[in-house]
Design a protein around this ligand. Structure first.
Ligand SMILES: NC(=O)CC[C@H](N)C(=O)O
Length: 348
């Protein structure tokens, strides 16, 4: 009798484990994926119009992958993304995982600043469970809209047990990218994202997830950046270098009381003499200056054409300027020690 009842309990647990779908919560923030136009071409549309419930209706079969619920966190074109929305996202993500509300999270997001949100969250959210960001290049009303397919793939990745421990990722056009490495590489094409250092870490196709490599830079709960009780981040600006550039942007940031400046340098984080002098002046006034590059791939290395020791600058390693800005803002919430801030760029 005891054996039979034990057997019954074991069989019941097995059946319910098989029947129970993973739970995925979609946090919607807007973007082209929620865009709406008056005609079927992609021109003249407004990003961030369509609510998450309508987006889900356009994805047949998505309900078979996971038990899905949607929440609207914001509804903006991601050029209007703010640190306040990042904080809202971060808070809700940490809450969802702490309360065991879902196995995975998908964030729908405009593509323009998707790479910044992915890195910010990779540095600040605190779980091993997957957070998958996606979007689209064509609005929901366009011919061959890519949003439904990207959303289907993102939910597939978020629901997959293979994704545990992978942290924050971007899923786009069947590629899975690490949230740190990913960057937008095309202004209009559906293959809008790439990852200059690693390439995609995996692929998602036909409801199946395959990983090929792993990012080793520390992220998620292995970073010290906890923004739970932080209202605003220290101001960090980006100054763009080009032939015969003038240093007005650097001087303006210093005047406005910015705590840090990232130089979107040429080549290996280089700049001309007037930039050099303005940077030296900024450093003397206590502003932390990071050398990055607008080349689009590769590292900015220390003590190359610029002697960072003499100038007092630090380098971004392979982070592009917009990502270097995020790491510097978060680093500055903890210290203004340049050695520690520099070591962050080799760790995270
Ligand atoms: N493809 C897009 O998502 C671009 C739309 C808009 N600029 C945004 O980033 O939200």
């Amino acid at each position: 009798m005891k054996f039979l009842s034990t057997l019954f309990v074991v069989v019941f647990i097995c059946i319910s484990a098989v029947a129970q779908k993973p739970r995925v919560i979609i946090l919607a923030t807007g973007g082209t994926i929620a865009g709406e136009g008056a005609s079927a071409d992609r021109a003249a549309y407004t990003a961030g119009k369509v609510p998450i419930e309508s987006l889900l209706k356009a994805v047949p079969g998505i309900e078979n992958i996971a038990t899905i619920t949607g929440e609207q966190i914001a509804n903006v074109g991601s050029q209007d993304m703010t640190i306040e929305i990042w904080q809202k996202l971060n808070k809700r993500i940490n809450e969802i995982f702490a309360n065991n509300e879902a196995e995975g999270i998908v964030i729908t997001h405009g593509t323009d600043t998707q790479e910044e949100t992915s890195y910010f969250l990779a540095l600040t959210e605190r779980s091993d469970k997957p957070v998958v960001i996606t979007g689209s290049m064509r609005p929901s009303t366009a011919i061959s809209a890519d949003g439904p397919k990207n959303l289907f793939d993102a939910v597939t990745v978020a629901a997959s047990p293979k994704s545990n421990g992978k942290g924050v990722m971007v899923v786009f056009n069947e590629n899975i990218f690490d949230g740190r490495d990913v960057t937008k590489g095309n202004t209009t094409n559906v293959a809008a994202f790439h990852a200059p250092t690693l390439g995609p870490i995996g692929k998602v196709y036909d409801g199946k997830v395959s990983y090929y490599m792993e990012a080793l830079r520390l992220s998620n709960k292995n970073t010290p950046f906890d923004i739970t009780n932080i209202k605003t981040l220290p101001k960090v600006g980006i100054a763009y270098m080009y032939a015969d550039a003038e240093p007005g942007a650097i001087q303006a940031f210093v005047k406005e009381g910015y705590k840090g400046i990232v130089i979107a340098g040429v080549g290996n984080g280089n700049f001309n003499k007037v930039f050099y002098n303005a940077i030296a002046d900024a450093v003397k006034k206590g502003v932390v200056v990071v050398r990055s590059s607008h080349v689009g791939s590769g590292r900015v290395t220390q003590y190359d054409e610029v002697d960072d020791k003499t100038l007092g600058t630090i380098v971004s390693d392979d982070l592009n300027p917009q990502k270097a800005r995020i790491l510097l803002m978060l680093g500055l919430t903890q210290t203004s020690n340049k050695d520690i801030l520099q070591s962050n760029f080799f760790k995270y």
